[in-house]
Design a protein around this ligand. Structure first.
Ligand SMILES: [Zn+2]
Ligand SMILES: [Zn+2]
Length: 353
């Protein structure tokens, strides 16, 4: 009893001392120095140079969710990075995780909806200022990608000039500012073939968005397929055949129906119309599970979730029925990482947050 009283008194004294000390500028400065050191000098996330890796930098679609960015998957193939789609908030994730911008070799856009391109300017900035990018940022995408890159360049032309004048050409080199767009011609579907990595583009149905693409990454015997936005697609199944991991978009139409009814009852017919319109150009979780089975993929990861679950109850409702179709699946969050070591069959799934 005496000992307990002694411990309580000591803890109270320590707390009082901390409250007093933290008001002293010299103590505050020491804590700031330690904090800034830790924030600026901490090492970047290890994406495993001897692997094919996917890191989800955005797992939602336009419907808002406070803990998720819009569509984005970073692929690492032996130390070379490729960013597949770059929706709102995704570059903030990459920066928070201290992803090395100088390793980003290109951006691949699946299609030109806003939730896949909104952060392109921030990705450009992150690979330009004080980086070592040797050329303009390569952007692969469907026909029309050149309009998107031109638009971003026009909008940011003054920003490029201001930063170059302010920081100088060594920090903000004008020779490599902007984008090199590469519209994809599906009669030549292999868009990248170097350093052991082959990237193949294929068409997916997402009408009225035409063309819309998916991508397959093959690296030293390991493979990852990304669906992009699509309704159930035979062509995706064909192109995903035998892949280690399939990232497939998913939309829970049974939840959208509830949202449509709520919007109608609240006197918001325009909102209700949107929920009705989008029912037909995405894939339900059960359809995506079926596609993964038909393609014989080892693991299915649901991403681009519409609407992205806000809690575990909503997640249970979202994926209702999937376990009856297949067992090997994961629901992506921002930070979900899949590591496929070369010379191995292992699929290692973790979250870096
Ligand atoms: Zn989308
Ligand atoms: Zn879309």
């Amino acid at each position: 009893m005496k000992l307990a009283r002694y411990i309580v008194a000591t803890v109270i004294l320590i707390l009082i001392a901390v409250v007093i000390l933290i008001r002293l500028p010299s103590v505050q400065d020491r804590l700031m120095i330690a904090g800034v050191n830790s924030a600026m000098l901490s090492s970047s996330v290890d994406l495993h140079d001897d692997s094919l890796t996917a890191l989800v930098c955005g797992s939602r679609a336009p419907l808002p969710n406070p803990n998720r960015a819009e569509a984005c998957i970073l692929i690492n193939a032996g130390g070379n990075y490729y960013v597949v789609d770059v929706g709102d908030g995704s570059v903030s994730n990459l920066r928070d995780w201290r992803i090395d911008g100088s390793k980003i070799k290109a951006t691949l856009l699946t299609h030109l909806h806003s939730d896949h391109i909104a952060d392109l300017a921030n990705l450009h900035m992150n690979t330009w200022i004080a980086q070592s990018r040797p050329k303009r940022l390569d952007v692969f995408g469907p026909a029309g990608v050149e309009l998107v890159t031109q638009g971003f360049e026009d909008a940011y032309q003054l920003d490029y000039q201001y930063r170059n004048e302010h920081h100088g050409n060594e920090v903000a080199p004008l020779e490599v500012v902007g984008f090199d767009p590469h519209p994809i011609d599906l009669s030549n579907p292999v868009i990248i073939n170097k350093n052991g990595l082959k990237v193949t583009a294929f068409a997916v149905p997402h009408d009225p968005v035409k063309p819309a693409l998916g991508y397959r990454f093959d690296y030293k015997g390991r493979s990852i397929v990304i669906s992009g936005d699509t309704k159930y697609s035979e062509n995706l199944i064909k192109n995903a055949e035998g892949a280690d991991v399939l990232f497939h978009e998913a939309q829970a139409n049974h939840i959208l129906k509830i949202m449509e009814d709520v919007a109608n009852n609240a006197g918001r017919p325009l909102g209700a119309k949107i929920f009705q319109d989008i029912l037909t150009y995405h894939t339900t979780p059960e359809e995506a599970a079926k596609a993964a089975n038909l393609a014989n993929v080892d693991h299915l990861i649901f991403y681009h979730l519409v609407p992205a679950p806000l809690n575990s109850l909503m997640e249970t409702v979202f994926f209702r029925g999937v376990n009856k179709i297949r067992k090997e699946w994961t629901a992506a969050e921002d930070g979900t990482m899949v590591n496929l070591p070369i010379d191995s069959d292992e699929i290692i799934i973790s979250n870096i947050n």
